[in-house]
Design a protein around this ligand. Structure first.
Ligand SMILES: [Zn+2]
Ligand SMILES: [Zn+2]
Length: 128
């Protein structure tokens, strides 16, 4: 192996390295929109969850609950079930566990039973 061959090899490796760096940079820029999308989706979900939790917390706590009443989301008893969560009542009058309703409303805006808007009408019931 002559010394000129060695120089060629070193140059070749340097060329390869810079080419690899280029490819990695390209790869990163290709992935960036995807990463941003995942982050955005995560933030949106978190925002919706916080929103739903706030809305459900403001709903009146259902008081006239019997042992036979069940939460239609988890099908556990509203009273004496294994789920120890406050029974909450959206404007339509149906009753669900606070946790179940918050989870539901973070994905949907309507009551799971009657499809009435469970989130919007709460803003209409301002103290007159
Ligand atoms: Zn439930
Ligand atoms: Zn309803």
């Amino acid at each position: 192996m002559s010394s000129s061959d060695q120089v060629d090899l070193v140059e070749y490796f340097n060329h390869l390295r810079s080419r690899i760096d280029e490819l990695i940079a390209q790869h990163r820029s290709l992935l960036q929109p995807f990463n941003d999308g995942v982050l955005l989706a995560h933030q949106t979900l978190e925002g919706r969850w916080r929103n739903a939790t706030g809305v459900v917390e403001k709903m009146p706590t259902a008081t006239a609950i019997t042992d036979d009443d069940v939460c239609s989301i988890c099908l556990e008893g509203l009273q004496g079930g294994t789920t120890t969560s406050t029974p909450k009542q959206p404007p339509c009058g149906h009753v669900y566990h606070q946790n179940c309703l918050a989870k539901w409303l973070s994905r949907s805006d309507s009551c799971p039973l009657c499809r009435c808007s469970a989130t919007q009408s709460s803003s209409n019931t301002v103290d007159d």
